[in-house]
Design a protein. Sequence first.
Length: 67
Amino acid sequence: MSYPAKMENPSSMSRHLAIVLYVITMAAVIVGVDFLFFRDRFWERLAVNIGIVLVFAAFYLLFLRRS
């Protein structure tokens, strides 16, 4: 007899959803900046993409991470 998997805490599920939405937003910003400004410039595009990821990571660590 098989029992359903244990449900996660609702606050934990909403936290996972928030993180997924945060990553999707970061990817959308990266793709948007790539296509609007740096279509044919590889090194500038790479540097800006790394910068965007670092800004998103810093914002996450400063404001969104819970102890």
